[in-house]
Design a protein around this ligand. Structure first.
Ligand code: KIV
Length: 296
Protein backbone atom coordinates (compact mmCIF):
# COMPACT_ATOMS: atom_id res chain seq x y z
CA UNK A 1 0.00 0.00 0.00
CA UNK A 2 1.21 3.48 -0.83
CA UNK A 3 1.60 5.97 2.04
CA UNK A 4 1.03 8.86 -0.33
CA UNK A 5 -2.25 9.17 -2.21
CA UNK A 6 -1.32 9.14 -5.88
CA UNK A 7 -2.48 11.59 -8.47
CA UNK A 8 -4.99 13.47 -6.31
CA UNK A 9 -5.52 17.04 -7.44
CA UNK A 10 -3.06 19.17 -5.49
CA UNK A 11 -0.58 16.32 -5.00
CA UNK A 12 2.95 16.87 -6.38
CA UNK A 13 3.61 14.36 -9.14
CA UNK A 14 7.09 12.84 -9.16
CA UNK A 15 8.90 10.19 -11.17
CA UNK A 16 8.10 7.77 -8.32
CA UNK A 17 4.38 8.55 -8.39
CA UNK A 18 4.27 7.76 -12.12
CA UNK A 19 5.70 4.29 -11.37
CA UNK A 20 3.08 3.87 -8.63
CA UNK A 21 0.38 4.74 -11.12
CA UNK A 22 1.66 2.12 -13.55
CA UNK A 23 1.74 -0.48 -10.78
CA UNK A 24 -1.85 0.38 -9.83
CA UNK A 25 -3.03 0.54 -13.47
CA UNK A 26 -4.05 4.18 -13.05
CA UNK A 27 -3.95 6.04 -16.37
CA UNK A 28 -1.36 8.82 -16.55
CA UNK A 29 -2.27 12.13 -18.21
CA UNK A 30 0.14 14.41 -20.04
CA UNK A 31 -0.32 17.55 -22.12
CA UNK A 32 2.12 19.94 -23.67
CA UNK A 33 2.29 23.57 -22.51
CA UNK A 34 4.59 26.27 -23.76
CA UNK A 35 3.83 29.38 -21.73
CA UNK A 36 2.73 30.55 -18.28
CA UNK A 37 -1.02 30.80 -18.89
CA UNK A 38 -1.47 27.44 -20.62
CA UNK A 39 0.80 25.80 -18.02
CA UNK A 40 -1.38 27.14 -15.20
CA UNK A 41 -4.56 25.91 -16.88
CA UNK A 42 -3.12 22.44 -17.49
CA UNK A 43 -1.64 22.17 -13.99
CA UNK A 44 -4.80 23.39 -12.28
CA UNK A 45 -6.79 20.78 -14.25
CA UNK A 46 -4.68 18.14 -12.39
CA UNK A 47 -2.86 16.79 -15.45
CA UNK A 48 0.03 14.59 -14.21
CA UNK A 49 2.79 15.65 -16.61
CA UNK A 50 3.36 18.97 -18.36
CA UNK A 51 5.64 18.56 -21.36
CA UNK A 52 7.42 21.54 -22.85
CA UNK A 53 7.63 19.76 -26.18
CA UNK A 54 9.85 20.89 -29.01
CA UNK A 55 6.56 20.87 -30.95
CA UNK A 56 6.55 24.50 -29.77
CA UNK A 57 8.73 25.04 -32.84
CA UNK A 58 5.55 24.69 -34.89
CA UNK A 59 2.75 25.64 -32.47
CA UNK A 60 4.38 28.75 -30.97
CA UNK A 61 7.13 29.81 -33.33
CA UNK A 62 5.73 28.88 -36.74
CA UNK A 63 8.72 26.80 -37.87
CA UNK A 64 8.07 24.05 -40.42
CA UNK A 65 9.31 21.26 -38.16
CA UNK A 66 11.06 20.76 -34.81
CA UNK A 67 14.58 20.81 -36.25
CA UNK A 68 15.06 24.59 -36.13
CA UNK A 69 14.21 25.26 -32.49
CA UNK A 70 17.25 26.22 -30.40
CA UNK A 71 18.21 25.39 -26.84
CA UNK A 72 17.78 29.08 -25.88
CA UNK A 73 14.20 29.08 -27.24
CA UNK A 74 13.40 25.83 -25.37
CA UNK A 75 14.84 27.26 -22.13
CA UNK A 76 12.86 30.49 -22.54
CA UNK A 77 9.56 28.58 -22.85
CA UNK A 78 10.46 26.08 -20.10
CA UNK A 79 11.10 28.96 -17.65
CA UNK A 80 7.66 30.43 -18.42
CA UNK A 81 5.99 27.05 -17.94
CA UNK A 82 7.90 26.46 -14.69
CA UNK A 83 6.32 29.60 -13.25
CA UNK A 84 2.84 28.19 -14.00
CA UNK A 85 3.28 24.60 -12.80
CA UNK A 86 2.99 23.60 -9.14
CA UNK A 87 1.81 19.99 -9.06
CA UNK A 88 2.54 18.32 -12.38
CA UNK A 89 5.89 16.75 -13.26
CA UNK A 90 7.68 19.17 -15.57
CA UNK A 91 9.38 17.50 -18.54
CA UNK A 92 11.27 19.50 -21.18
CA UNK A 93 12.39 18.36 -24.62
CA UNK A 94 16.06 18.64 -25.47
CA UNK A 95 16.05 20.08 -28.98
CA UNK A 96 17.68 18.63 -32.07
CA UNK A 97 21.46 19.16 -31.97
CA UNK A 98 21.69 19.60 -28.20
CA UNK A 99 22.52 15.96 -27.36
CA UNK A 100 23.43 14.09 -30.57
CA UNK A 101 27.02 15.25 -31.07
CA UNK A 102 28.99 15.09 -27.84
CA UNK A 103 27.99 13.29 -24.60
CA UNK A 104 29.72 15.89 -22.38
CA UNK A 105 27.84 18.71 -24.10
CA UNK A 106 24.64 16.68 -23.78
CA UNK A 107 25.07 16.40 -19.99
CA UNK A 108 25.85 20.13 -19.71
CA UNK A 109 22.86 21.01 -21.89
CA UNK A 110 20.57 18.73 -19.86
CA UNK A 111 21.81 20.44 -16.68
CA UNK A 112 20.87 23.84 -18.14
CA UNK A 113 17.23 22.69 -18.35
CA UNK A 114 17.31 21.83 -14.64
CA UNK A 115 19.40 24.76 -13.34
CA UNK A 116 18.23 27.58 -15.58
CA UNK A 117 14.65 26.57 -16.34
CA UNK A 118 13.46 24.31 -13.51
CA UNK A 119 12.74 21.18 -15.57
CA UNK A 120 12.47 18.00 -13.50
CA UNK A 121 13.02 15.60 -16.40
CA UNK A 122 14.58 16.10 -19.85
CA UNK A 123 13.27 14.20 -22.88
CA UNK A 124 15.54 12.73 -25.55
CA UNK A 125 14.45 11.06 -28.77
CA UNK A 126 15.84 7.65 -29.78
CA UNK A 127 16.10 4.15 -28.34
CA UNK A 128 18.92 1.62 -28.12
CA UNK A 129 21.49 3.96 -29.66
CA UNK A 130 20.83 6.63 -26.99
CA UNK A 131 20.90 4.26 -23.99
CA UNK A 132 24.56 4.94 -23.04
CA UNK A 133 24.07 8.70 -23.27
CA UNK A 134 20.88 8.49 -21.21
CA UNK A 135 22.76 6.54 -18.51
CA UNK A 136 25.36 9.33 -18.37
CA UNK A 137 22.70 12.00 -17.96
CA UNK A 138 20.95 9.98 -15.26
CA UNK A 139 24.36 9.50 -13.55
CA UNK A 140 24.52 13.30 -13.43
CA UNK A 141 21.30 13.15 -11.33
CA UNK A 142 19.05 14.31 -14.14
CA UNK A 143 15.98 12.16 -14.80
CA UNK A 144 15.43 11.40 -18.49
CA UNK A 145 12.31 10.59 -20.52
CA UNK A 146 12.71 8.44 -23.63
CA UNK A 147 10.81 8.84 -26.90
CA UNK A 148 10.63 6.11 -29.53
CA UNK A 149 8.62 5.18 -32.62
CA UNK A 150 7.83 8.21 -34.76
CA UNK A 151 10.51 10.60 -33.51
CA UNK A 152 9.93 14.01 -35.17
CA UNK A 153 13.62 15.03 -34.91
CA UNK A 154 14.36 12.15 -37.36
CA UNK A 155 11.84 13.41 -39.93
CA UNK A 156 14.47 13.60 -42.68
CA UNK A 157 15.74 10.10 -41.97
CA UNK A 158 12.21 8.64 -41.80
CA UNK A 159 11.23 10.48 -45.01
CA UNK A 160 8.20 12.12 -43.39
CA UNK A 161 5.95 11.60 -40.37
CA UNK A 162 5.14 7.92 -40.88
CA UNK A 163 3.74 5.32 -38.50
CA UNK A 164 6.67 3.17 -37.34
CA UNK A 165 6.88 -0.51 -36.32
CA UNK A 166 4.72 -1.97 -39.09
CA UNK A 167 6.84 -5.03 -39.99
CA UNK A 168 8.47 -7.73 -37.92
CA UNK A 169 12.01 -6.36 -37.99
CA UNK A 170 10.77 -2.86 -37.11
CA UNK A 171 8.76 -4.33 -34.22
CA UNK A 172 11.85 -6.20 -32.98
CA UNK A 173 13.87 -2.97 -33.13
CA UNK A 174 11.18 -1.09 -31.18
CA UNK A 175 11.17 -3.82 -28.54
CA UNK A 176 14.96 -3.54 -28.28
CA UNK A 177 14.68 0.25 -28.05
CA UNK A 178 12.07 0.09 -25.29
CA UNK A 179 14.01 -2.52 -23.27
CA UNK A 180 17.26 -0.57 -23.60
CA UNK A 181 15.58 2.59 -22.25
CA UNK A 182 13.82 0.60 -19.52
CA UNK A 183 17.17 -0.84 -18.40
CA UNK A 184 18.84 2.57 -18.59
CA UNK A 185 16.33 3.72 -15.96
CA UNK A 186 14.31 6.37 -17.81
CA UNK A 187 11.42 8.04 -15.97
CA UNK A 188 8.92 7.38 -18.75
CA UNK A 189 8.90 6.42 -22.42
CA UNK A 190 6.84 8.29 -25.01
CA UNK A 191 5.58 5.89 -27.69
CA UNK A 192 4.64 7.90 -30.75
CA UNK A 193 2.98 6.79 -33.98
CA UNK A 194 3.11 3.01 -33.64
CA UNK A 195 0.42 0.29 -34.03
CA UNK A 196 -1.58 -0.24 -30.84
CA UNK A 197 -0.61 -3.94 -30.77
CA UNK A 198 3.09 -3.02 -30.62
CA UNK A 199 2.50 -0.34 -27.96
CA UNK A 200 0.56 -2.89 -25.89
CA UNK A 201 3.45 -5.42 -26.13
CA UNK A 202 6.02 -2.80 -25.11
CA UNK A 203 3.88 -1.54 -22.22
CA UNK A 204 3.46 -5.08 -20.87
CA UNK A 205 7.19 -5.80 -21.23
CA UNK A 206 8.70 -2.75 -19.46
CA UNK A 207 8.54 -1.44 -15.89
CA UNK A 208 8.79 2.16 -17.05
CA UNK A 209 5.46 3.95 -17.61
CA UNK A 210 4.67 4.26 -21.34
CA UNK A 211 2.95 7.42 -22.51
CA UNK A 212 1.33 7.05 -25.91
CA UNK A 213 0.56 9.50 -28.68
CA UNK A 214 -0.93 7.79 -31.71
CA UNK A 215 -0.08 4.49 -30.03
CA UNK A 216 -3.52 3.23 -28.99
CA UNK A 217 -5.29 2.85 -25.67
CA UNK A 218 -3.11 0.21 -23.98
CA UNK A 219 -0.26 2.53 -22.93
CA UNK A 220 0.08 3.49 -19.27
CA UNK A 221 -0.79 7.07 -20.15
CA UNK A 222 -1.64 9.40 -23.01
CA UNK A 223 -0.14 12.67 -24.21
CA UNK A 224 -1.56 15.17 -26.69
CA UNK A 225 -0.45 18.56 -27.89
CA UNK A 226 -2.34 21.41 -26.15
CA UNK A 227 -2.93 23.27 -29.42
CA UNK A 228 -4.32 20.14 -31.12
CA UNK A 229 -7.03 19.45 -28.52
CA UNK A 230 -8.15 23.09 -28.75
CA UNK A 231 -8.17 23.53 -32.54
CA UNK A 232 -5.26 25.96 -32.39
CA UNK A 233 -3.03 24.08 -34.85
CA UNK A 234 -3.32 24.78 -38.51
CA UNK A 235 -3.50 21.92 -41.03
CA UNK A 236 -5.23 18.57 -41.00
CA UNK A 237 -5.02 16.92 -37.58
CA UNK A 238 -3.50 13.44 -37.27
CA UNK A 239 -5.88 10.47 -36.90
CA UNK A 240 -5.27 10.19 -33.16
CA UNK A 241 -6.06 13.84 -32.32
CA UNK A 242 -9.32 14.37 -30.48
CA UNK A 243 -10.60 17.94 -30.32
CA UNK A 244 -11.95 18.83 -26.89
CA UNK A 245 -12.69 22.47 -27.62
CA UNK A 246 -12.59 25.13 -30.31
CA UNK A 247 -10.40 27.90 -28.94
CA UNK A 248 -9.81 29.20 -32.48
CA UNK A 249 -13.53 29.95 -32.89
CA UNK A 250 -13.74 31.46 -29.39
CA UNK A 251 -10.72 33.72 -29.97
CA UNK A 252 -11.84 34.78 -33.47
CA UNK A 253 -15.31 35.66 -32.19
CA UNK A 254 -13.90 37.71 -29.29
CA UNK A 255 -11.35 39.53 -31.47
CA UNK A 256 -13.98 40.39 -34.11
CA UNK A 257 -16.42 41.61 -31.45
CA UNK A 258 -13.71 43.91 -30.00
CA UNK A 259 -12.99 45.31 -33.46
CA UNK A 260 -16.69 45.92 -34.14
CA UNK A 261 -17.15 47.68 -30.77
CA UNK A 262 -14.11 49.96 -31.23
CA UNK A 263 -14.88 50.90 -34.82
CA UNK A 264 -18.56 51.46 -33.88
CA UNK A 265 -17.53 53.57 -30.84
CA UNK A 266 -19.23 51.15 -28.43
CA UNK A 267 -16.03 50.44 -26.49
CA UNK A 268 -15.14 51.67 -23.91
CA UNK A 269 -18.38 52.69 -22.19
CA UNK A 270 -18.59 55.29 -19.41
CA UNK A 271 -18.62 52.44 -16.84
CA UNK A 272 -15.35 51.15 -18.31
CA UNK A 273 -13.68 54.58 -17.94
CA UNK A 274 -11.90 56.19 -14.96
CA UNK A 275 -13.45 59.38 -13.56
CA UNK A 276 -12.08 62.41 -11.72
CA UNK A 277 -12.93 62.72 -8.03
CA UNK A 278 -16.00 64.97 -7.47
CA UNK A 279 -14.00 67.91 -5.99
CA UNK A 280 -11.48 67.91 -8.85
CA UNK A 281 -14.31 67.79 -11.40
CA UNK A 282 -16.05 70.76 -9.74
CA UNK A 283 -12.73 72.67 -9.63
CA UNK A 284 -12.03 71.86 -13.29
CA UNK A 285 -15.51 72.98 -14.34
CA UNK A 286 -14.97 76.33 -12.54
CA UNK A 287 -11.64 76.82 -14.35
CA UNK A 288 -13.20 75.98 -17.73
CA UNK A 289 -16.18 78.30 -17.06
CA UNK A 290 -13.78 81.15 -16.28
CA UNK A 291 -11.81 80.50 -19.47
CA UNK A 292 -14.99 80.49 -21.54
CA UNK A 293 -16.13 83.78 -19.87
CA UNK A 294 -12.78 85.45 -20.65
CA UNK A 295 -13.05 84.42 -24.32
CA UNK A 296 -16.45 86.13 -24.68
O1 KIV B 1 7.22 17.81 -28.76
C1 KIV B 1 6.19 17.23 -28.39
O2 KIV B 1 5.10 17.82 -28.27
C2 KIV B 1 6.27 15.81 -28.10
C3 KIV B 1 4.97 15.08 -27.92
C4 KIV B 1 4.31 14.91 -29.20
C5 KIV B 1 5.18 13.81 -27.21
O3 KIV B 1 7.33 15.28 -28.06
Amino acid sequence: MSLVPIGEPGQKITVASLREKKLHHEPITCLTAYDYSSARLVDEAAIDIVLVGDSLAQTMLGYENTLSVTIEEMLHHTRAVRRGVKHALLVADMPFGSYQADPNDAVLNAARFVKEAGAEVVKIEGGEKRAALIRRIIDAEIPVAGHIGLTPQSVNVMGGYKVQGKNLSAIEQLMRDATALDRAGVALIVLEGIPREVAAMITAEIETPSIGIGAGPDCDGQVLVFHDILNLSWGTPAKFVRRYGDAAALITEAVQAFRTDVTGRRYPSDEESYHLPKETRTGLETVLDRKRAMRR
